[in-house]
Design a protein around this ligand. Sequence first.
Ligand SMILES: Nc1nc2c(ncn2[C@@H]2O[C@H](COP(=O)(O)OP(=O)(O)OP(=O)(O)O)[C@@H](O)[C@H]2O)c(=O)[nH]1
Ligand SMILES: [Mg+2]
Length: 188
Amino acid sequence: MAGEGGDDNAEAPLRPTGVTLLLVGKIGNGKSATGNSFLGVTLSCQMESTTLNDGRIVKVIDTPAWQDGIQAALVVFSATSRFSEEDATAVESIKRMFGERMVLVFTHGDEVGQNEFKEMMSDAPEYMKEMMRLCQDRVILFDNRTNHSWIQAEQRKVLLDKVDSIMTHHQEHPLSEQIQSVIKVVCS
Ligand SMILES: Nc1nc2c(ncn2[C@@H]2O[C@H](COP(=O)(O)OP(=O)(O)OP(=O)(O)O)[C@@H](O)[C@H]2O)c(=O)[nH]1
Ligand SMILES: [Mg+2]
C-alpha cells in the first residue's frame, strides 16, 4: 500500500541519477585535461577575473549549486612534480575540506610508468602518505595524452569506480554540507 511501509520502492536502486565532482589542484597540474579525458568533452572555464581600480585582482569561481550536492573532489597532482613542503599547507586544507571524499589523480601517466609511480608514492612525504591513507585506495595514475581509446575507456572506468566507492561509503554526508560548515566557521 502506498504510504504504508513504502515497500513499493523496496527494490529501487540507491544509485543516484547523477554525480557532481569538483576538480581541485595546483595550477597546471592537469585539472582541465583530466576533466576533458573523463567526460570526453572540453570543459569550459568556471573562473573569471577582473582588476580593480586599486590594482587588486579579484577572481570568482563559479561552483555547482548547493542543491546539486557535490559528491566528491578529484584532487589533481602531476606525477612529474616532486612533492614540496610548500604544497603541504595546501594539501592540509584540502584534506580538512574534503575529508575522505577525495580521489587523488596523478596526471602524466604517459611520462611516469606504474613502477616509478609506486616508488614515488612509497617515498612520499608524510603529509601525502596521510592523504593516501584517508583516500584508502582511491589513488590513480592518469594519462591525458593517450590516443588509444581502450586506455581512455579503461582509465575513465577506474576513475568512475573510485567515485562510486565514495558514493557508496559516504552517502550520508554530501560534501556541500561539509564545505558549508567550513565556510560558516571561517565567516563567524
Ligand atoms: N604528457 C602529459 N601532459 C599532460 C597530462 N595532463 C595534462 N597535461 C598537460 O599539462 C598542461 C597543463 O594541463 P591543464 O589541464 O591545462 O592544467 P590545469 O590544472 O587545468 O591548469 P590551470 O587551469 O592553469 O590551473 C597542459 O599542457 C596539458 O596538456 C598528461 O597526462 N600527460
Ligand atoms: Mg585548467
